[in-house]
Design a protein around this ligand. Sequence first.
Ligand SMILES: [Zn+2]
Length: 350
Amino acid sequence: MNHAPTKLNIESKLFCPRRSCIYHQSLDKNITKDGAYKTKNDGVVRQMFICGNGKHRFSETGYCDLFGKHGSFKEYEQMCKLSCYGLSVDAIADVLLKDTRTIATWQRGVSKKANVFHDVICLSITLTVLFIQMDELWSFLKNKNSQLWVFIGFEVDSRFWMNFELGNRTTHTATKLVTRINHYIGKLSRVNPLKVTTDKLAAYKNALQSVFTDIDYVYLQIVKKRVKMRLVTVKKCFVKGTEDDFKGKTQNTSYIERFNLTLRQRVSYLQRKTLGYCKKKANFTDALWFNLYEYNSRCHHKSLRLPLTVPDMSRFQKKWIHRTPAMAMGLTQEAFTWRFLFVTPIPVTH
Ligand SMILES: [Zn+2]
């Protein structure tokens, strides 16, 4: 009864979002559902709640206190979608007829909520992580003389983008990423050791050794040798564990490399041989959080679809159940919308 109206597999606790209320953001159990209403502008049904102790009602849109209330939900959604096509703030402001600073504020708000949301859902359920691939993408910061690297952790079986870290190409950055991933992985006893593959960068080895101290894992480095840009040899080098622990045909880093391509196309800061590289690190982080939500929770991933066993007898036969990475990970049963992110009751500190 006290649960939020979610399609999530976790229970998120309701709280009072009204700032003037003395129970603001306290996780009191006195918030209950209280009907629904529709506005004339958009036909979307809004859930109403009642704050028992404060004795007032509020709408689920109250949980969307992210970015000032100078736009409509439709505009927020459009802004989010445009951001994920790699458009700049100026371009989005032009399309939506807003000030660039307004769009920047909205983006900051949404990315912060996407970040908190990701942490909350990943920490609420012990993720079943079987196979991690890690890689780093190269970009610039401010000018083409200073490099910025994006370290990415990726779960292969569910295609779940676990987390990322921005920084130099050092052990320090890799350790930060591995530490975050370590928080998400449960300390459950596993049947098979956790499989990890990366390229030959020593930073991963150091990071894994220092962080994964009580996790049983097998670590494989894929060493690629290139001569004049052409791939000559691929050497597989077991740093921890042996071939017996690592069965199957997946002794590669192909999945994350394919994912890197997706990301390079969606985040304009990562597009190569352009002048679109990042001028401010915070904007880069924002763009990545947008894309993390989009990729994990909104988009159906084609290789994750499952065939329908019961044939659909309607005229347009449905053959597949489409899934998002978050669904494959068992965090939810449905794909989310941007609107869902806005109205999910999660306190975000500003
Ligand atoms: Zn209240």
